[in-house]
Write a protein that binds this ligand. Structure first.
Ligand code: SAH
Length: 546
């Protein structure tokens, strides 16, 4: 049966789409209904109809799903932010697990996906440490701030978002009162006139420091000192700045920052590491979950103080510094110069000198450093924005041939696409773990471990003893993992692939493309110490390679 616009249909909601919408069928016709929850029986009005499917507006819940809960926020349906507030948290986690799995299957072409259980949140509300509130006038001419109604530029007045911190309301009340008192105009998208565009607030979860940044279509705001005096009364206030953005675009922040009071950054902590964060830098929005996310990334990176690691899309060096606690050396790459300034400061602040940071596009810096300066990597970590990695970058990663790749992703569709590329070129999907950083929304963070399709060193040790091994399998030589396992077992030393390749080369063995050394004698490439050289030579002898 075909449906037309404005028809009313009754549906059992049987599935949940990737944007959190309910999906039901009426006489073979599939209808996507925003705000309907899996398990609901609803009536929906068709707002758009295609041949076999359409979109419906939820009119009435005839029988609520057992998974349906009362949203905490009164604006949950209007506001575009929380798509899942009416779904129980357990089911949100099921939804997110299925979303990641579904993308890996459909886009990545993977089967038998090694999914670990999703890591959920303990505190479901007030977890966001950052909010950017648009400012405007409503139909009655009143200055309003809050959130854009889903996919529009109409502002829903709400100074107390259920995901944000209590300090947000304090800041917004004071800025709006100041605007009203001194006749300061909000920015008007349609005309490009007016001054105040957005109010950015950041909160240090562990330090309780507060940052306010006013994004202006101009250089200054009237009675700056009066506003500063008022904002300073808020406990924890640490940084008050102005960001100038005179462009007529949807991009929220401009490039220029002017300090009004305090310092240009706030500090926060994740695990044992402190981070300075400036208004322009990216910082994860849910630090408590970020700690779990980074712990997982660190677990997957499997570092033992020997490894050289690249952290691509490093932001303010958050993951880099986490890894630097366990790695030999970490290099980070990030496109935003202010973030790299933060990263360098953060390395100093935490006394982690085994780090180096580069400003630039990952897809330009990594190929350059690899081809010109012969850098290598035992482990590469990537954490790109939603659009995923550039193919040039993936290509270079494959050429560099690191043992492990840890992919941290905030978009499982582009993740699946990039994993497909890497797994078609020699890598294997070892572990996948989703971490919920964004409860109530459809977004999900995922960490993935890839490694080369070789025998895992642990398995070599566990599954058969080296003493009883049939050597005929090693006619062509042992793998790097097998050599490492042998060395570890016989000497207790951990040796990197780089060292093995250096010794193999010294012994006149073919090392393939694995570990390209610098053409020049580059100081960045560490030399294998004599004790490890002897151990590797013993292993090569044992495996009858020399
Ligand atoms: N790993 C960091 C940041 C991840 S967000 C953390 O966990 O905090 C992604 C980062 O990639 C942002 O800081 C963004 O500025 C940066 N970025 C975007 N495109 C990039 C590119 N082509 N090359 C390098 N960095 C890029």
């Amino acid at each position: 049966m075909e449906f037309r616009k404005n028809d009313l249909v009754t549906l059992e909601i049987e599935d949940c789409g990737i944007d959190g919408e309910g999906i039901g069928k009426a006489d073979g016709f599939t209808v996507f209904v925003k705000d309907a929850v899996i398990g609901d029986k609803v009536t929906a009005k068709i707002i758009k109809a295609k041949k076999n499917y359409g979109y419906g507006r939820l009119m009435e819940v005839l029988k609520p799903s057992p998974y349906r809960v009362e949203p905490k926020c009164a604006f949950a349906r209007q506001c575009g932010g929380c798509q899942l507030q009416a779904l129980s948290y357990d089911q949100q986690l099921v939804f997110k697990t299925n979303k990641v799995k579904g993308h890996l299957e459909r886009i990545g072409g993977f089967t038998d996906i090694p999914m670990e259980p999703i890591i959920g949140m303990d505190e479901l509300f007030h977890y966001r440490n950052k909010a950017q509130f648009p400012v405007g006038r409503n139909k009655e001419g009143k200055i309003v701030t809050g959130f854009y109604a889903g996919r529009t530029h109409n502002i829903i007045e709400n100074r107390d978002c259920a995901l944000g911190v209590a300090e947000n309301k304090e800041v917004l009340d004071r800025v709006i009162a100041h605007m009203e008192k001194y006749g300061i105009e909000p920015y008007n998208e349609a005309t490009g006139k007016g001054l105040v565009r957005h109010i950015l607030i950041r909160y240090g979860y562990f330090t309780k420091e507060v940052m306010v940044c006013l994004i202006l279509n101009g250089n200054k705001i009237s009675k700056e000192n009066v506003l500063v005096e008022s904002l300073r009364e808020i406990p924890g206030m640490t940084s008050i700045t102005i960001n100038v953005n005179k462009k007529r675009s949807n991009v929220i922040l401009g490039e220029e920052i002017r300090l009004l009071w305090g310092q240009e950054y706030i500090t926060d902590k994740i695990g044992d590491i402190s981070y300075q964060i400036s208004p322009l830098s990216f910082y994860q929005v849910n630090p408590r979950q970020t700690q779990k996310l980074y712990a997982k990334a660190l677990e997957y990176a499997d570092l033992h103080g020997e490894e050289t690691v690249w952290d691509l899309y490093c932001g303010i060096g958050t993951i880099s510094l986490f890894l630097a606690q366990k790695a030999k050396f970490v290099r980070g790459v990030e496109i935003v110069p202010a973030a790299i300034e933060n990263a360098k400061e953060n390395a100093k602040l935490n006394g982690l000198e085994n780090t180096e940071f580069f400003v630039g596009k990952a897809e330009e810096v990594l190929p350059r450093e690899y081809k010109k300066n012969g850098v290598y990597a035992d482990v590469i970590v990537v954490d790109p924005p939603r659009k995923g990695c550039d193919e040039t970058l993936l290509e270079t990663m494959v050429e560099m041939n690191p043992e492990r790749i840890v992919y941290v992703s905030c978009d499982s569709a582009t993740l699946a696409r990039d994993l497909k590329y890497l797994c078609e070129r020699g890598y294997e999907l070892r572990k996948v773990c989703a971490v919920d950083q964004f409860g109530m929304t459809v977004h999900v963070e995922t960490v993935v471990l890839l490694s080369k399709g070789e025998i895992d060193s642990k398995k070599v040790r566990v599954e058969f003893s080296l003493e009883d091994m049939d050597m005929s399998g090693f006619q062509k030589g042992a793998t790097y993992e097998q050599i490492k396992a042998y060395v570890l077992e016989h000497t207790g030393l951990k040796v990197s692939s780089l060292y093995i390749s250096q010794i193999k080369r010294k012994c006149g063995l073919d090392v393939g493309q694995n570990y390209n050394l610098s053409k020049k004698e580059d100081a960045k490439v560490p030399k294998c110490p004599p004790e490890k050289e002897a151990a590797i030579r013993d292993a090569l002898k044992y495996f009858q390679m020399i």
